[in-house]
Design a protein around this ligand. Structure first.
Ligand code: PLP
Length: 415
C-alpha cells in the first residue's frame, strides 16, 4: 500500500489482514461481493476531495467540471442499464436511498405496507428501531406458513384495510422472485405508490438473469455493493413524473455533499454490468445458489421455500438441532463466513435464530461453479453438524484445510 505502509503501519496491516481474510476463506454472506480493481481505483481517487452539492450543471460549488462528467456518466449508464426514465446516483447507501424515498412520498404519520423483518424485510421497512418505524405508521405482511413465500392474499387484505400511501416490496432474505405485476395492480387499485427495494437482487436484474421491477414500480431503490458488485453505496431509479420529488428528497432533504469518488465508482460498475461477462456471472450466481441450496437440503439443512430463484437461500437448522448462532460460529472456525438468520415463524430470538442465510455472489465472482457448490455444501454441513466454535477442534481444522484448498484454486483478488 505504498506510502501508507510507512506512515501508518497499523492501518496498513488492517488492509493487508482484510485482503488475506478474503483470500483465505469462503465468503458466503449474501449481501457481500468483491468489486473489481477498477471500481476500487475510482473509490480511492482524488474525487473524494470534491464538494459538489447539487446536480450536474446545477452545483453550489465551483470546480465541478470533472465530477459533473462522472455523475452524468453514472446517471446515463444507470438509466440505460435498467431502462429507467430517471436515475439518482447520490444516495450514500441503501438506507439513505430508502430514507429519500420516504422523504419523496410520505409525511410523518403516513402509512406504509411492507414485508416484516422476521419474514425477510429490512430494518428500514418500518421496524420500530428505525426512523421508518418511529416516524411512519408501518403495517407488515409476511410469508405463508406452508409455501414460506410472500402471502399475497394477506398483502391484498392489508392494503384494502389500511389503504397505505406506499406499498413496498423487497427485502433482505427473500429467496424467491417477487410478483411485481401483482403489487402494481394492487397499488393502482387503492391509489398507492409502488416502491421496490431491490437492494439484494438488482445485480441479477442488471445481468438480465431475472425479471426487472422497473417497468412496474413507481420507484426502485437499491444498494450498489451486493450482487451488483459496485462500491458500497446506493441509488434510485424512478418514473419521469417522480424525478423532481426524488432528486429534492436525496438533496437537500436527506443528504449534503455527494461522494463523488463513489459516484465515479458506480459509473465504472454500471459499465461493467453492461458486458456479456457480467451477464454470464449473474446467470451463474443463480445456478450456483440453486445447487448450493439443494445440496445443503440433501444434508438435512432444509432450504425454506424448498430452494431459491435468486442469489441466496435461507436454511432451517431445526432438523439438525443446531441454532443459527452456533452454526455461524462453527463455520467461522472452519474458514466459512456466513450469517445466522431468523427463518419465518422462528421460535428463537433474532440473536440466536434457527437459520442461516447463504449467498453465492462472492464465490461466483471467484469463478466457482456448480461442482464447487456441492463441495461447499459438504463443508458447511460438516462444520455445522460435526464441528465446533473452537478453531483447534479436529473438524474445524479438517474443514478449514479443504476450504484453503478450494480458495487456492479460485483465488479472490488474484496476485
Ligand atoms: N434494503 C435492503 C433490502 C437491504 O438488504 C439493505 C442492506 O442490507 C439495505 C436496504 C440497506 O443498505 P445499506 O446497508 O447500504 O444502508
Amino acid at each position: 500500500f505504498g506510502a501508507l505502509d510507512a506512515f501508518d503501519p497499523e492501518i496498513a496491516a488492517v488492509l493487508v489482514g482484510e485482503l488475506e481474510r478474503l483470500r483465505g476463506g469462503l465468503q458466503l454472506i449474501a449481501s457481500e461481493n468483491m468489486s473489481s480493481p477498477e471500481v476500487l481505483t475510482a473509490l480511492g481517487s482524488t474525487l473524494s476531495n470534491k464538494y459538489a452539492e447539487g446536480y450536474p450543471g446545477r452545483r453550489y460549488y465551483g470546480g465541478c467540471v470533472e465530477v459533473d462528467k462522472a455523475e452524468t456518466l453514472a446517471i446515463e449508464r444507470c438509466k440505460s442499464l435498467f431502462d429507467a426514465d430517471h436515475a439518482n446516483v447520490q444516495p450514500h447507501s441503501g438506507a439513505s436511498a430508502n430514507q429519500a424515498v420516504y422523504g419523496a412520498f410520505m409525511s410523518p404519520g403516513d402509512t406504509i405496507l411492507a414485508m416484516s423483518l422476521p419474514h425477510g424485510g429490512h430494518l428500514t421497512h418500518g421496524t420500530k428501531v428505525s426512523f421508518s418505524g418511529k416516524w411512519f405508521n408501518a403495517v407488515h405482511y409476511g410469508v405463508d406458513k406452508d409455501t414460506e413465500d410472500i402471502d399475497y392474499d394477506q398483502v391484498a387484505a392489508l392494503a384494502k384495510e389500511h389503504r397505505p400511501k406506499v406499498i413496498l416490496a423487497g427485502g433482505s432474505a427473500i429467496p424467491r422472485l417477487i410478483d411485481f405485476e401483482f403489487f402494481r395492480n394492487l397499488a393502482d387499485e387503492i391509489g398507492a405508490i409502488f416502491w421496490v427495494d431491490a437492494a439484494h437482487f438488482i445485480g441479477l436484474v442488471a445481468g438480465k438473469a431475472i425479471p426487472s421491477p422497473v417497468p412496474y414500480a413507481d420507484v426502485v431503490s437499491f444498494t450498489t455493493h451486493k450482487v451488483l458488485r459496485g462500491p458500497r453505496s446506493g441509488a434510485i431509479v424512478c418514473k419521469e413524473e417522480h424525478k423532481a420529488a426524488i432528486d429534492k428528497a436525496v438533496f437537500p432533504m436527506m443528504q449534503g455533499g455527494p461522494q463523488m469518488h463513489t459516484i465515479a465508482a458506480k459509473a465504472v460498475n454500471f459499465k461493467e454490468c453492461a458486458t456479456p461477462e457480467y451477464q454470464a456471472y449473474a446467470t451463474q450466481v443463480i445456478a450456483n445458489a440453486k445447487v448450493l441450496a439443494e445440496a445443503l437440503g440433501e444434508r438435512g439443512i432444509r432450504p425454506t421455500t424448498g430452494g431459491t430463484d435468486t442469489h441466496l437461500s435461507l436454511h432451517d437448522l431445526q432438523p439438525v438441532l443446531v441454532t443459527g448462532v452456533d452454526a455461524e460460529a462453527r463455520c467461522d472456525a472452519a474458514g466459512i463466513t456466513l450469517n445466522k438468520n431468523a427463518i419465518p415463524f422462528d421460535p428463537q430470538k433474532p440473536n440466536i435464530a434457527s437459520g442461516i442465510r447463504v449467498g453465492t455472489p462472492c464465490v461466483t465472482t471467484q469463478g466457482m461453479g456448480e461442482a464447487e457448490m456441492r463441495t461447499i455444501a459438504d463443508l458447511i454441513a460438516r462444520a455445522v453438524t460435526e464441528g465446533d466454535a473452537d478453531p483447534d477442534h479436529a473438524v474445524s481444522k479438517a474443514v478449514r484445510a479443504e476450504v484453503t484448498d478450494l480458495v487456492t484454486r479460485f483465488p479472490a483478488y488474484p496476485r
